[in-house]
Ligand binder design. Sequence first.
Ligand code: FCB
Length: 467
Amino acid sequence: MSDNPLPESFLLGTSTSAYQIEGAWDQDGKGESVWDRFTHRPGVIKDGTDGDRACDHYRRVDEDVRLLDSLGVDAYRFSVSWPRVIPDGTGAVSAAGLSFYDRLVDRLCARGIEPFVTLFHWDTPQALEERGGWTNRAIAGWFAEYADRIARLLSDRVTHWITLNEPISVAGAGYLAGVHAPGRRSPIAAARAAHFQLLAHAHATDAIRAVTPSARIGIANSFAPVYPLRPRDSRVAARVSAVLNELFMDPLYFGSYPGAVGPLLGLLNRGVRSGDWDLINRPPDFVGVNHYSRYLAKRTIIPFVGVRFLRPADRINLTDIEWEIHPPGFRSILGWIRDRYGNPPVYITENGASFDEPVRDGRVDDIRRISYLHGYLTQMQAAIEDGSDIRGYFVWSFLDNFEWAYGFSQRFGLVHVDYDTLKRLPKESFRFYADVCRTRDPHRSFIAQADRTPTDRSRADSGRTDS
Ligand code: FCB
């Protein structure tokens, strides 16, 4: 446990993405995205919902920024919807779309909240998907055109840029497993989508830098330690770890795909053309770390991956989405990033937990989320003391929202959203995190929070009755 509070310069924030909160999917000239198309297909989303309305953030942006302000965060990470600003993905821009993000950034800055802008959080313009989407090499140029447009709009107020969010999820869930948009199931398409995302990251970096040389430009990758279930699973654990943790990092730092990915390597290299590595092999200004859980790997006969991720038998250790709560894995993966990539500047761009706690008497007592955040924050502090250059932390998520293939069945927010009335209600974790933002000392805030739990209140109440 760390006794040192987080430094004043350390940024505490929350994170969201456009499709998950905005709604207004077809308003003011917005183009269709692959997620609009995908969720309108029956049977693909667990609870049969879609993000057409989501949290209606598009219309409630003022209220949401006020809430962020009352949380006391230093920074807010959101994503721009590409088809909202360029409806066909390339060519004509939408004035209404640009103005929405322009106003959002103005409102944040007016309240002293630093915007962290993600350019791509999975909502590819459908018009581009029809031209091959991420399997078409031309997308690197389309993405750079879009990046240039947004940089010209926002760079007077935005310093930190994240090109892509979790390219592994787009390639793996979107193009290989087909459980995310665009719902394709092709290893060849997935390998191309991986490579062209890296190329797009490189071109977008150049586009932003050309507009604003002082920009800090990163990429948000998903990281998780992978442990073998049994000693004989160690080879497969190493392979899965390479796919998860190295595939979108080694190219930037070392200029090649990691050999440890095994049979995937041939497929990945098929998309590479001469000159690609010169563009891609440039370390970003910072690494965005999305982290939720650890994995246990076991050999099975599933093509390409050859593993199954096991959930621990003890369900107490799981969040509602069935991801294991394992805070020490956070410190360990942060140490691994530090050692393998030469201690790059890191922002934790996502970390959080899905728990659906009921609203009772106008409050949501999400003590399990508070405990999760406390555990992970203190492990992050330990990683800082180990020497990792970690500069900020963003809770996933600010609001309960549309959780991709799970629909509205998973609640990750510090703020409860009633999906019928769209009423926002800050949970107890909101108060906890507000305290962390104030004290910069997660452990102290945790102790203070414990004093406010219902258990303690009811104990105090029964004490009064007895006397
Ligand atoms: C991450 C995504 C984010 C959210 C969380 C729970 O993989 O980047 O949008 O869905 O998982």
